[in-house]
Design a protein around this ligand. Sequence first.
Ligand code: HEC
Length: 201
Amino acid sequence: MRHAVISTILAGAISIGVTAYSAGSAVAQGVNEARFASDGQVMIPEDWRQWVFVGTPLTPNALNDGKAPFPEFHNVYIEPSAYAHWQKTGEFANGTQIAKELVLIRQKDPDEMNADGSTGEVSGVGYFQGEFTGLELTVKDTNRFADQPGGWAYFSFGHELPYAKTASAFPAETCNACHEASAADDWVFTQFYPVLRAAKP
Ligand code: HEC
């Protein structure tokens, strides 16, 4: 009797273990997962500015008819355990999170700014970071986001501070399609991220 109880408990424990550690899951690959609310929305990461910084593409509004789709500086960060997996394997694990924070070009009085939005500072003429203006996130999970090509889902926490606490995934045609067509590595624009290129084994 006691054996039967023990083996039932063991079987239960094993089957729970198998679910949590199914092949290719974030847990199996040692990656910290994003947190999701009960309605399936992703929760804003708490500490994205402490993740590994990978690069800063810049699309100034002044060079995009005043309305760049992603305004100005894009500071991109990858969650550290996902970075470690990339460093080891050259692949983005299931569970990978990459954040992109948008930052406006530092403003000065109009008579101190050039027509292209640049300003002259002690280091030279160019573009300098001003205020934060948006946060986006992409999460790879081929199980949770089986309907998104490559398993990559895309989110925005808005353009106002404080950012929204949760966000729902955009439909694949809004975000995923452009990434699938033009990004160098598995939906990620590593062609613009020298830190990831240097770390790829
Ligand atoms: C027309 C093409 C295009 C579309 C559409 C697009 N992106 Fe991107 N995305 C880029 C490019 C190019 C980069 C590289 C960095 C940069 O320039 O910001 C990028 C980078 C990112 C990154 C950083 C990680 C990575 O994959 O390189 C996130 C997060 C992101 N985009 C979110 C979004 C979200 C959210 C949407 C939909 C609202 C979206 N993107 C739609 C072109 C696009």
